[in-house]
Each structure stands twice: as structure tokens, then as C-alpha cells.
Design a protein around this ligand. Structure first.
Ligand SMILES: Nc1ncnc2c1ncn2[C@@H]1O[C@H](COP(=O)(O)OP(=O)(O)OP(=O)(O)O)[C@@H](O)[C@H]1O
Length: 247
């Protein structure tokens, strides 16, 4: 088996621009090359709108690139994000089953883990209620519990480290730490420098959809901090929406 879990070669993702600029496209990701090896703990940093979440969605297979190539050599993959895409009229239990099936797990495996998912989530009887009766914190807890118990080959985490109340946060950060200590492949998007340097072996810094630097966490963080202190984001030659463009 290849030692790469996912390879991105020159990947670009374009979104259509608003009506006034009809026909033009905005490249949210542009020429991204990445070789994510099995067992890597990769952090992704960059300013707001840099393209981090788009990158995770591409890695998850939730969006297809408009340019470039993706080579995959992994089993199940899960994207853990605030906006989890659950089906709101289904119960927590049914969403757990559906989500597990969509990630490539067989039904028997999912069912064998349902009680642990329910227990970890702390949702109690709400686990069997439709999730449109949940608070946003409860939805996040369900998603987090799923990711922790189903153990996908590749886990992609988008800024969900502080879900739920204090007690759940403590439990979730312990579970997450175990993931980072395991041989699972994990990609973490975060704005928290200390979390990234503590948990990740390599960091990818993206800005304006482009890869600026990929390397050991502390080196990348230092360059990123220096660039923030200069308050001059690295330039790119592609057009960005101007301030008076409609959002
Ligand atoms: N569905 C979409 N349609 C149009 N533009 C989009 C869409 N999704 C993202 N974008 C744009 O792509 C760019 C990258 O967005 P993305 O959410 O990946 O950034 P990010 O680095 O995760 O930002 P943040 O740190 O603020 O979460 C932004 O300019 C955003 O406006």
C-alpha cells in the first residue's frame, strides 16, 4: 500500500462570482500540492477566508476540484465541522447510522458503536429525538462523538475543539489528544497556535487559496506570526473581490 493517504496535485477550486461579475470565477484554492501520508498529523493555518475549510472539504470529497488531481489511498474519511450536514428531521441515532454509512462503514460496525456514541455525546434521551430539537452545542456534541467513536482512517477537523460545555470540552480534548497520539491520519484547521504546535507535526500555511509554506509546525508558525506582525499578507496575482463587491 502507498504511504500516501491523499495526494493533491495542482488542485484548484473555483466558486462563481456574484451577478455583477457574471462569468468570472473566484479561485478559493489554487495550485495546491499536498502529500498527506498515513499517520500524519497535519495542521492548517491561514487568515480568515484563506481557503482552509475549502481545503478540508476537498480532502473529504465533499467538493470536486475544478483543476488538478486527487489520488486517494485510504478507507473511511470523516469531516468534523460545525456545520455537519446532518438531516434535521432524523434522530441523533439515525443520523449517526447515516453518517457512518456515508463514510464507508458497514451497518454492523456502526450499530456496535451506537451505544458508545450515545454515551460519549451525553445526549441522553435526546439521542432518539430529531436533531431539529437540539441546540447547536448538542449537534456539535453528536458530530464530535461520532468522529471519536467511529475512528475513520482519515479524520478532518475544522475548528471544533471547543464544542459543548466545560465538562464536554474536557472530555473531548482528552479524546482528541488520544487521536493525535494514535496512528490515525488527522488534519486540523485551527486559529489556535498553541493547539497546532502541541498536536501537529507539520503545518500547511495557506493564504488567498495558495500554499505559502509547508513544514515543521514550529517553523511554519514562526513565519506565520512574523507575517502577521508585518500585517502584510503575502500577495497573489489573481484578482480578489474588491470591497464594494456584493457578498
Ligand atoms: N460556497 C461558496 N461560494 C462562494 N464562495 C465561497 C464558498 N465557500 C467559500 N467561499 C469563499 O472561498 C474563500 C475561502 O473560504 P474558506 O471558508 O475556505 O476560508 P477559511 O480559510 O476556512 O476561512 P475562516 O478562517 O474564516 O473560516 C473565501 O473567500 C470564501 O468567501
Amino acid at each position: 500500500m502507498s504511504d500516501s493517504a491523499i495526494r493533491l496535485c495542482g488542485v484548484g477550486v473555483a466558486f462563481p462570482m456574484q451577478r455583477r461579475l457574471m462569468g468570472q470565477r473566484f479561485w478559493a484554492l489554487d495550485h495546491i500540492d499536498l502529500d498527506l501520508k498515513h499517520g500524519n498529523k497535519l495542521g492548517v493555518i491561514g487568515r480568515n477566508g484563506a481557503g482552509k475549510s475549502t481545503l478540508l472539504r476537498v480532502l473529504a470529497g465533499a467538493i470536486e476540484p475544478d483543476r488538478g488531481e486527487i489520488i486517494r489511498c485510504h478507507g473511511s474519511i470523516q469531516l468534523l465541522a460545525i456545520n455537519l450536514g446532518f438531516v434535521h428531521y432524523l434522530t441523533g441515532r439515525d443520523n449517526a447510522i447515516l453518517s457512518g454509512l456515508l463514510q464507508g462503514f458497514d451497518r454492523r460496525t456502526i450499530e456496535s458503536k451506537l451505544e458508545r456514541i450515545a454515551e460519549f455525546s451525553g445526549l441522553g434521551r435526546f439521542f432518539d429525538q430529531p436533531i431539529n430539537t437540539y441546540s447547536s452545542g448538542m449537534v456539535s456534541r453528536l458530530g464530535f462523538s461520532l468522529a471519536m467513536q467511529l475512528e475513520p482512517d482519515v479524520l478532518l477537523i475544522d475548528e471544533t475543539l471547543s464544542v459543548g460545555d466545560a465538562e464536554f470540552r474536557e472530555k473531548s480534548s482528552k479524546a482528541l489528544r488520544e487521536k493525535f497520539d494514535s496512528d490515525q491520519t488527522v488534519v486540523l484547521v485551527s486559529h489556535n497556535d498553541s493547539t497546532l504546535s502541541r498536536l501537529c507535526d507539520r503545518l500547511l500555511w495557506v493564504e488567498h487559496g495558495r500554499s505559502i509554506m509547508l513544514g515543521p509546525a514550529d517553523e511554519v508558525l514562526e513565519s506565520y506570526r512574523r507575517s502577521n506582525a508585518d500585517e502584510q499578507p503575502p500577495s497573489r496575482d489573481l484578482p480578489l473581490p474588491s470591497e464594494d463587491d456584493e457578498l
